[in-house]
Design a binder for this molecule. Structure first.
Ligand code: DQA
Length: 147
């Protein structure tokens, strides 16, 4: 399996660090990307790291991951709870899929308890803060095996 991993982030995550820091913390998405890149280098993984507020862009990146990538790590943000289209795109991807949420969505409003993406995800991480991305990358590396 290719050691390329797409790390995809949904709407409003561009505001990470400034948006509701009591829930999402003070780290910015640029910090998260930097941490992911540093870890990926030690794990022998290649990263494509993206964020969009537009559902179609996330779908297009999942399509790009087909054939090219071994895994998709995705924080679909609010699209988690609404998007059959992102689920369909992930169902057309054959590699590993890990769903990450910075906050513990199950401790929050009822509408955050359901995820369309979880029906496809090989694993779900919620409530570990931005460290969740790193945990997902470590799991990808474990499952892909040594370089
Ligand atoms: C989130 C949780 C979602 O419910 C919310 O819409 C987000 C971020 C998280 O990372 O905790 O935007 O995915």
């Amino acid at each position: 399996m290719p050691r390329l991993v797409y790390v995809l982030n949904g709407p409003n995550l561009n505001l990470l660090g400034k948006r509701q820091p009591d829930i999402y913390g003070r780290e910015t998405l640029a910090d998260v990307e930097q941490d992911c890149r540093a870890l990926a280098a030690t794990l022998g993984l290649e990263l494509r790291f993206h964020q969009s507020n537009r559902e179609y862009e996330i779908i297009d990146w999942i399509h790009a991951a087909r054939e090219a990538a071994g895994a998709v790590v995705i924080n679909p943000a609010a699209f988690t709870h609404t998007s059959v289209a992102i689920l369909d795109a992930l169902n057309a991807f054959d590699g590993l899929v890990f769903e990450v949420h910075i906050s513990n969505v199950h401790k929050r409003e009822e509408f955050r308890h359901h995820s369309f993406v979880s029906a496809r995800a090989d694993g779900v991480i919620a409530g570990f803060g931005t460290e969740g991305y790193q945990l997902a990358l470590r799991r990808v590396a474990t499952l892909l095996g040594p370089q």
